[in-house]
Ligand binder design. Sequence first.
Ligand SMILES: [Mg+2]
Ligand SMILES: [Zn+2]
Ligand SMILES: [Zn+2]
Length: 846
Amino acid sequence: MQAELIDHIRFTAISPDMIKHMSVAKIIVPDTYNDDGYPIDGGLIDQRLGVIDPGLKCKTCGGRAKVCPGHFGHIELVRPAIHPEFAKTIYLLLQSTCKDCHRILLNEKQVDDLKPTIESFVRADDNEKELSLQTSIESEGKNMSLIKKLKTVKKCPSCGAVQGKLKLERPTFFYMNGNRLKADEIHDWLASISNEDLAYLGIDGTSTRPEWFIMSYLLVPPVNVRPSITLESGERSEDDLTHKLVDIIRTNQRLEQDIDAGAPQIIIDDLWELLQYQVTTYFNNETPGVPVARHRSTRPLKTLAQRLKGKEGRLRYNLSGKRVNFSARTVITPDNYIGMDELGVPLKIAENLTVPLYVTKWNFDYAKSILSNSSYPMVMNHISKEGVRKRVADTNREELLAALKPGDILDRQLMDGDIVLFNRQPTLHRLSILAHIAHILPGNTFRLHLSATIPYNADFDGDEMNMHVPQTLEAQAEARLLMGVSTSIVSPRNGQPVMFAIEDIVVGMYMLTKDGASFTKDEAARLLSSVDIYELPEPLKNGTYSGKDIFSMILPEDLNFEYTDKKDDKNNVVIKKGKLIKGYVNSKIVKKGKLILYLYSEYGPEKAKDFIDSITIMAGRAAYIAGMSISMRDYYISALEKDREKIISNTLNEAKELLDKYRNKTLEALPGYTKKQTYELEVFATLNIARSVASQVLLSHLTMDNNAMLMIAVDARGNILNFVQIAMMLGQQSVRGGRPSRGYDGRVLPYFSRKDKNPMNKGFVKSNFVEGLEFVDYYMHAMGARDSAMGKPLVTAVSGYMMRRLVNAMQDFYIDSDLSVKDAGGALIETLYGGDGIDPVKENMK
Ligand SMILES: [Mg+2]
Ligand SMILES: [Zn+2]
Ligand SMILES: [Zn+2]
């Protein structure tokens, strides 16, 4: 084969001559195989179009299935059909040219104005054309607006003909003064537009003639583009494109027969329209305004456009998307008894993934021993120093063992201690992919430490995650050093910890370290031995062990730490010389809090990770010993009833005052708002406050004896607003950021009065979940719930799309050795990464 340098590529519409030139067979039979199971001559899988059957030879090139590239055929349409994707261009052309003389509707002066650019464009040779077309379009900002105005020209400047009213009814129906323009009429019109006139419309007539948009010849793609599948039953199943082409030929045949038989025009026109429909859906089965073509099973056919478009299309799925080897995906489940930096990998997965072992004289004995294994962990492949690759089997193991030498590579199964990358979609930030240490375990799920779910935003309601096994030593080292879980505890975004204790572990920490918490010797021994500590702290005078002392056993002996809460001194914590002497371990110090950050910066990432690991096990155990549950009793607080009524009546009074002010026109409008809008805003704000007032009152009534309150206070689950909604009132519901107002004319429900200003009828809900909801309350609450429920997926879709575009735009940016950011072409994007050269991870540490 001769190598040629590609100078330029040009895209044009395909001409009838090109189709005839390309085609190796005219397809006339709307069928595929004959009764003997051989392709029918002139059928849709004519052997001249190539072969997919390994036993057959291509009748065009003589090649067999894998050698023959496939060849195009064609269908001759007895009546032309409009290419649906060009309908808009055709519409523009018809609008811009005279209905009688088909000249462009520009007057002499306009022609003179535009001539210089157009002439340079028309005269340019092929190489320059691309450029001059670009310039002509760019400089013709005015040109295009001029062209758009051409449809309003009433009289042809060339022949004086009065222009008709042109209409395009999607997708392919054109009307002139209400009369349908047939495809052949449009063809003739477009064919008589000169190349010079086309140039004014930005079309290069020497490469693409507009009449080609009206097709009399249709290309039939090679069979290997639309292979048939043989089912197990021996039955053949054809590709959707083949089905569609069968429909086209069948309609074409009927049309031909009817024309030959001299059928009435109406019948012919109907069939012609059907042919146009078949062609339209062949190109794009999601064309707006056209019924979807379906398979017998009612499944929509996947035709040409559907093959290319969208997430599962050729571009995004097959070209930008890549399948990867050395990866696994399954459901995740929690396991707090492995380290936060570990990943529980099912044995089944470990058996199927391999890591290369580079045989050296130093690991030779180890390599030999693992190669001799005939069950897990064993070697799957042997690649000799010379590059010969052999699958290790029972039959050749001895032979390979004898020949093993340094320089060979062994693909061994994944084992404990291997480094793996773990990922959850959507992959929104750097911490969505972290390196974990594999820990091979029985079962079918990946097991993940509870605290490691936070950066992934994972939970265990069926979430699945992906694992990748880095294959080269360089990749493994990078993963360990740059992507490790421990080193990622502090976020690169703001220098705050992103991994800490959550949920019931936080309750457990309170149970373990609250004032007065004490444990028997047995309990203390179990708590400590669960984290591999086999000595006890000094017992208290009564022989029990203080929870604070037990907790202190996992702290570094020289740790001095103090946390002062500006709002609530109950949260203050003092640790001196590795002993917790004041306060309990709350989420304030281990979450936003400084303790994890302090351990991370002063004792290193590993220590911070070990602390989270230990506290998780120990606090889990402490919560287990203490026991913890909530019930209706926690939420039914009779003392609240009076407060609740007072809050509601106060709120309603305030709303009433606002209404009075609005009615007697003493309410002043906020800048940029009408009085009515101001009233609505202020009423909404006033009614909204009721809930916050209620939460203050609620807080004053509650102590840590209330388990529901305890969960909230230690920041394990829920917030005070949840409690208010359960025990006091749901409060003002919001729809689109305001009070519900739509539904019926001037009212939300039909039996409210239009003049009704009662806050209850505009979403103020007095009742709570314990006492139950009245109908109107329930309805208002459902409106608010629906509003927020609909918002969520919408927001994710929008941000997901934004992410895709950002990734596409920035994927080849990199930070150079001088800390500047460059793109793949070496162009400078940013002189200093981040603009300030500050690493937030290190910045927050003192
Ligand atoms: Mg989930
Ligand atoms: Zn061939
Ligand atoms: Zn004219």
